[in-house]
Design a binder for this molecule. Structure first.
Ligand SMILES: Nc1ncnc2c1ncn2[C@@H]1O[C@H](COP(=O)(O)OP(=O)(O)OP(=O)(O)O)[C@@H](O)[C@H]1O
Length: 612
């Protein structure tokens, strides 16, 4: 060949390879062939109605035969195809009659646009047979397409009415997709909201699969007045019970829906899944990106005609439009909750209590929302689990901790002294509580640290201090190796022998020591030198309560050995009460202490342990 001569070739498409890609990588299940056929039928009717507005569209689906001998036929009375249309659109992969100016983007009244949907039929059938007659005129035609890329066209003798009928014969292994019960269920899933009647015929019976189209779907203002109907609608489509609902609308009014409130608390990390209809055909039953993430307490049914589906038609393009719609639906949900706060606070209270976590997630982001709903948010407090509103009504001074550790350390003393302390250690709580002083500037709402609780300790008298100085020092010396100081005080409740407070540094140090114990030799020596860096840092403190009967007796006994053993045991006990894991040294103290006290007990009753 001449060096500069150029020969042009055409790409060849391996159709069976493409079908493999579609079935394995694009569609989540072969059942989507039904959706694609249904969508073509609906689009053909839409095209027909654009020519003739009064045209009454309908679709008929039929299963003929059973098992591997079954054939599925789907017939529409839509626009049909001319021979030219067949060559241009049906037989040309990627070509579609439904695009505006031939472009993939932009809006049309059709659901399809990619020109690949029909190929999905090859996932369940070796051949597509299509009988059609176009409303534009021309003969009735039979088209047969095969997955090897060949097709034939035959003019029919008989005159069909305008529209199209597609026949698919079951491919071995695809019997499942031709089973009448399955086909009926999937057709209902995809098409129950479609505006044209869908008739399903199999095993001698014929039924309409559409649900009655409720008025409130076209005018959401009516939804509130049709509560029972709206709830039933949701339960039917979502297949689970729902507790309540909130209508949603985008600003254009072209994306609407109902957010159903679930009757159970939903895990924050649970997958969000909403049911979305495009032009009243089901696009996705597990759309994640259509409402904001914080709305995880609702499952939505959404209908839209403004969003763009992806080629699999199972999701929507993450584009600017979707972003706007998502935030508008979120705004709509937020607004409705706020309206409820005014109109029906009890109903809102029920919803909030059930979905407190997501409500808190939303309130952290949105001050106005927090202001509106904060009174119903539940918190753990030294008075038990209470609504924030109750705590605010009952107290002019409120304290909160920001970690669970701090709360645990403070809680006993706080509740004994009727000090209102709220646990801010759970997710979102501290952030919300920190915002309270702005809402209630006349109240004292402050963060409380374990060290602050000491203000409610009563110091010993000078005489008592002198009396117990030596013993306190011995106790302090005994806990030196645990980097814990001992202080003798009086505090409430007297049933509490001791109170343990741990600073941030000593808490870090405990973690280091725990890591050191389970590490390899090299790592352990590194951790060891790290922990020695804490050597001079603040210790934890064990406050002993002289108002406690046992503590008073221990100090009153003047017995140094008993005091040391008791202090060590109270220290270990305080750690366990605070849910801190014991390290090896502490475990040893616990074991030895138990034995020592058994021994002491036995000695008190005489050598053999007999009751005196
Ligand atoms: N029932 C039908 N009536 C009339 N025309 C049809 C019918 N089914 C298919 N067609 C024609 O065949 C073309 C290709 O159909 P196909 O389902 O592959 O793609 P599409 O519907 O255009 O786009 P998508 O891939 O998004 O579904 C359509 O654009 C339409 O012109």
């Amino acid at each position: 060949m001449n060096r500069h001569a150029q020969e042009d070739f055409r790409f060849q498409v391996d159709l069976s390879g493409m079908i493999h890609i579609l079935s394995n990588h694009l569609y989540s299940s072969s059942k989507v062939f039904l959706r694609e056929l249904l969508q073509n039928a609906v689009d053909a009717i839409t095209a027909m109605r654009e020519r003739e507005a009064s045209h009454q569209g309908r679709v008929r689906v039929e299963i003929i035969g059973t098992g591997s001998g079954a054939t599925l036929a789907m017939e529409d009375n839509g626009i049909g195809l001319t021979e030219e249309d067949i060559h241009e659109f049906l037989a040309m992969i990627g070509q579609s009659s439904k695009r505006k100016d031939g472009k993939l983007v932009g809006e049309t009244s059709f659901i399809g646009r990619f020109g690949i949907g029909l190929l999905s039929c090859f996932m369940v059938s070796e051949e597509i047979v299509l009988l059609t007659r176009s409303a534009k005129g021309g003969p009735s035609l039979e088209w047969r397409g095969k997955p090897d890329g060949t097709y034939s066209i035959r003019k029919l003798e008989s005159e069909l009415s305008c529209g199209t009928k597609v026949y698919l014969r079951c491919k071995p292994g695809s019997e499942l997709y031709f089973d009448p019960a399955n086909v009926e269920a999937w057709l209902s899933d995809y098409g129950s909201l479609l505006p044209y009647p869908i008739l399903f015929e199999a095993e001698g019976s014929c039924k309409t699969i559409n649900m009655p189209h409720p008025d409130w779907m076209n005018n959401l203002a009516l939804a509130r007045g049709s509560r029972e109907e709206v709830l039933k609608f949701g339960e039917q489509l979502l297949g689970e019970s729902v507790r309540d609902f909130i209508p949603l609308t985008s600003s254009s009014g072209r994306t609407c829906g109902i957010a159903y409130i679930l009757p159970y608390a939903v895990n924050l990390s649970a997958k969000r899944s909403h049911r979305v209809y495009l032009k009243y055909m089901l696009v996705s039953e597990s759309a994640e990106n259509i409402v904001p993430d914080w709305a995880f307490f609702v499952k939505c049914i959404i209908w839209t005609d403004e969003l763009q589906p992806t080629a699999s038609r199972e999701h929507f393009y993450e584009n600017e439009k979707l972003e706007t719609v998502r935030s508008e639906l979120g705004e709509s949900l937020r607004r409705e909750l706020m309206t409820l706060a005014d109109l029906d606070p009890e109903r809102l209270k029920g919803i909030i209590q059930l979905h407190a976590l997501s409500m808190k997630a939303l309130a952290v982001e949105d001050e106005a929302f927090f202001r509106m709903i904060h009174r119903w948010l539940p918190f753990e407090s030294s008075y038990g689990r209470r609504d924030l509103g109750e705590l605010l009504d009952e107290n002019d001074e409120l304290y909160y901790t920001i970690t669970l550790d701090e709360y645990r350390q403070i809680m006993h003393v706080a509740s004994a002294q009727s000090l209102p302390v709220i646990n801010g250690g759970y997710v979102y709580d501290a952030g919300l509580l920190a915002g309270l002083p702005y809402l209630y500037p006349h109240k004292k709402i402050e963060r409380l640290l374990p060290e602050d609780v000491s203000f409610s300790f009563i110091d010993l008298t000078a005489e008592e201090r002198r009396q117990y100085y030596e013993l306190t020092r011995d106790g302090d010396a005994a806990l030196q190796r645990f980097r814990c100081r001992v202080q003798l005080k009086r505090f409430k409740p007297s049933t509490l022998p001791s109170l343990f407070t741990l600073s941030k540094e000593s808490s870090d140090l405990r973690n280091l020591v725990a890591a050191e114990e389970v590490s390899t030799t090299e790592l352990s020596s590194i951790l060891g030198s790290l922990s020695s860096a804490y050597e001079d840092q603040l210790y934890s403190t064990l406050y002993l309560n002289l108002d406690n009967e046992v503590v008073a007796r221990v100090f009153g006994s003047g017995n140094r050995a008993i005091l040391v053993a008791a202090v060590e045991m109270l220290y270990v006990n305080a750690l366990m009460m605070g849910h801190y894991p014991l390290n090896r040294k502490e475990m040893k103290v616990l074991n030895e202490g138990i034995l020592r006290f058994i021994d002491l007990g036995l000695s008190a009753y005489g050598k053999g342990g007999e009751t005196p």
